[in-house]
Write a protein that binds this ligand. Structure first.
Ligand SMILES: Nc1ncnc2c1ncn2[C@@H]1O[C@H](COP(=O)(O)OP(=O)(O)OP(=O)(O)O)[C@@H](O)[C@H]1O
Length: 265
């Protein structure tokens, strides 16, 4: 894969998918996210970068309320998905997470067959009416995750028997199967070899045709390759957010410059 091909493609979306205003996150006394305002665009890949511990994963988890599962974590401020407050008490977090899917650092397929891994979400959310529809959803999701050709003859084999890169694409297929609008990816390539990483990066670029994708990455090269927008976090603050090309070639804030030139982080 040519490093430049992905970033050269023009940003084709300007609509906001997620709007965050004045977001604060606390773990007990630790104020981990401070005054974050950001607009995440639809049909765009947004990269969150910054030194270890700056709050990238914490803020990512705010976007589908995964922080709800951490007892000591408290989130304040406003996060809107299509102008609706995702922290409104009427919002069911399980339904929200079907709309705002997540892929984790380490591939984590369920100890089930390849088919059942992908069918799980549509089944629990009642998205298909019969087996034929479920089969279609499973196939379409595996195709979108660029995995179908590799697994179509062994759908009943365990998902955990696939290679690391295939497992990660299976997890992406599982996330896609509930027809999400946003995909959150927390360092999705950190456990993968360079070939599997290139495949997943290629896939991320394809996914933005249909989804808003937000990716946390430690790799600035990866952020430059896959994203159109980049947010740089430092000590819990969102220091700078803008076009990826601008952030990497002509950042406004000296802290961003120090990070991308390797002086901090
Ligand atoms: N489950 C948790 N319980 C308590 N504190 C946490 C928890 N998760 C994160 N933190 C704290 O929140 C701050 C931000 O951590 P976070 O993992 O979001 O940063 P990060 O930028 O994603 O780091 P890394 O790049 O190392 O993954 C840190 O001070 C961290 O110790």
């Amino acid at each position: 894969m040519n490093d430049m091909t992905l970033t050269e493609r023009a940003v084709n979306a300007t609509e906001n998918k997620i709007t965050a205003r004045n977001v604060q996150v606390y773990y007990g006394e630790n104020h981990a996210i401070k005054d974050v305002d950001v607009d995440i665009l639809d049909k765009t890949v947004t990269a969150f970068i910054g030194p270890s511990g700056c709050g990238k994963s914490t803020f990512l988890r705010c976007l589908n309320r995964m922080n709800d599962t951490i007892d000591i974590c408290r989130v304040t401020g406003e996060i809107l998905l299509d102008n609706e407050d995702i922290y409104d008490r009427r919002v069911d977090p399980v339904q929200l997470r079907a709309k705002v899917g997540m892929v984790f650092q380490k591939p984590n397929p369920f100890p089930k067959s390849i088919y059942d891994n992908v069918a799980y979400g549509p089944k629990i959310h009642g998205l298909t009416r019969n087996r034929a529809e479920l089969d279609e959803t499973v196939e379409a999701s595996l195709r979108k995750a660029a995995l179908w050709n590799e697994v179509k003859d062994r759908l009943t084999a365990p998902g955990t028997g696939l290679s690391g890169g295939q497992q990660q694409r299976l997890c992406i297929a599982r996330a896609i199967a509930t027809s999400p609008e946003v995909l959150l990816m927390d360092e999705p390539c950190s456990a993968l070899d360079p070939i599997a990483t290139a495949q997943v990066e290629e896939l991320i670029d394809e996914l933005r045709t249909n989804y808003s994708v937000v990716i946390v990455t430690h790799s600035m090269q990866q952020a430059a390759r896959v994203s159109q927008k980049t947010a740089f976090f430092h000590l819990g603050h969102l220091v700078e957010y803008g076009d990826t090309d601008k952030i990497f070639t002509n950042p406004t804030d000296p802290r961003t410059e120090s990070y991308i030139t390797g002086r901090i982080g």
